[in-house]
Design a protein around this ligand. Sequence first.
Ligand code: B16
Ligand code: MG
Length: 216
Amino acid sequence: MIKGIIFDLDGVLVSTDELHYKAWKKLADELGITAFNKEDNEKQRGVSRMESLEVVLQKGSKNYSQEEKEALAERKNDYYKELLQELDKSAVLPGAFDTLADLRKRGLKIAVGSVSKNTPVILEKTGLADFIDKVSCGLDITKSKPDPEVFLVAAKKLELAPEECVVVEDSAAGIVAAKAAGMKSLGVGPYYQSLEAVYEARGLDEAIDWQTIIEA
Ligand code: B16
Ligand code: MG
C-alpha cells in the first residue's frame, strides 16, 4: 500500500524550467556560446547545476578550470535567483494545488524530491510549502539524480519505506532514480511517454487514477 507521494519540483509542480533556461541562455550568450538552445536545455532537466553547466560548455570550444566552472555556475545561479524574485503562485503548474490537496485528503504524506538547492525559496514564493510535509532537496544530498539519494532521503523524512512511496517526475534521470530507490513512478510533462515510468500522464491536470496507484 502506498502511503507517500514524492514530487519532483521543477517541471512537475512549478514551471521554473523556463527560468533555468533564461538564466543559462544569458550566461551562454555572455560566453559567446550562441549555439546553446532549447533542445540543449532539455538535457538539463532534472540534472545538477554543475552537470547543466557542462551541457552549455559542450556547445562552445573553450576549456575552463574547475575554479572557473564553479564561478560560472554561481553566476548562472545569481541570474536564476534574480528571476525567482518574481515567482508567485501563477508559476504553479495546472492541477498541482488540487492534486496536493486531494492526496492530503486521502491521508497520504507528501514530500518534494528535487536536486535544486533553491527548493525552499521556490516552495515559499509559490505557496506550495503549505501543501508539503517534508522536503528533500539539493541541500540534503551529495549525489544528483539518477542517483536515488534524493528520494531515499525524502522517504526517510516521511518515515516511510521506499516501497511505500511513489515518485512523480518529468525527467528521465528522475525516473531512473526512482527505480533505483525501489519506488514506482508516475511520469509527467512533455516527454511523459518516453520516460519509461510505471504510470503516465501528460500533467497533473489530467484524470489520474490515484486510487489504483495507491492500492497497487
Ligand atoms: P539549482 P528538479 C532541477 O530541479 C532542474 O530540473 C535542473 O534543471 C537544475 O539544474 C537542478 O534542479 C539544480 O537546480 O541550480 O536550483 O540547484 O527537476 O530536480 O526539481
Ligand atoms: Mg524536474
